[in-house]
Ligand binder design. Sequence first.
Ligand SMILES: *Cc1c(COP(=O)(O)O)cnc(C)c1O
Length: 247
Amino acid sequence: MHSDIVNNISTITNRIKQACVRSGRNEAGVQLLLATKTVPAERIRIALEAGYTLIAENRVQELKEKYEALQTTPHENHFIGHLQTNKIKDLLKYNVTCLQSLDRWALAEKLHQRLLPEHRQMEVLVQVNTSGEESKFGIAPEHVLDLVARVSRLGTLKIKGLMTIGILSGENGKVRQCFRLLKSLQQQIMDAAMPGVIMDTLSMGMSGDLETAIEEGATMVRVGTAVFGQRPTTDGYYWNESVTVYE
Ligand SMILES: *Cc1c(COP(=O)(O)O)cnc(C)c1O
C-alpha cells in the first residue's frame, strides 16, 4: 500500500519532533535514515518519492539487487551492515556515500587499497559495540580512539562520526547507557583534535529507541520496521557474527 509507508514516516517524523522538543534540540539536527533491508524496491521508491531519500542497506547483495530499480529515483545510499573485505569491490560499484559500519583496521586498510588507485574518497562512521554483547558487530569502546587515529592518516576515508546499535532491552536505562557511551566517545575524539577527523555525526536510535537516542544526542536515527513493517528475517541474520559464513 502506498499510504501506509507515507503515514508511517509522518508518525516517525512526529516522534523525532517530539523528542527534539523534549530535549531542547532543533529538529533540523536529526536526520532520518531509512533502513531498507528485506524491503522490495517498489516500496522503497514510495518513500523516496515522498522526499525521504536517505536509505541504507545491510548487505551488498541487496544493494545490488535493488540498484537498477532505484537508479532513476534520486536518493543517497549509506551502508549499515557488516562488511566482509571480499565484498568491498562490489560495494564500491553502487555509489554508497557513507559506510557507517567501519569496525576494524583490516577493513579500513582494504578499502584504502581499493580507493587510492581510483583517487576516490569515502565517508565513514566508526561502528562501536556499546552494549558489550558478543553477538554485536562494532569495535570495542576502548579501541575506538586508536582506530580513528590510524584511519585518519590514510587520507581516503573521511571520518564523520560514530554509529552504534543500542542493546535490545526492555529496560530504557540500559539502552540509554549505550547512547551515552557513544556520545562520550565522540567528545573524547573531538578533544583529541585529530587532523582530518570530523565528529559531527552520531548515528544511533532505531524504531524502538529513537527518542532515547535523540535525548542523548543522536544526529541521525535509522528506522526500518516502523516505516516498512516487520521483516521476514530476524535481525540476528544481519547482526550476528555466526551467520556471516552464509554471505
Ligand atoms: C535494521 C537496522 C536498523 C533499523 O532497525 P528497526 O528496528 O527496524 O528500525 C537500524 N540500524 C541497523 C544497523 C540495522 O541493521
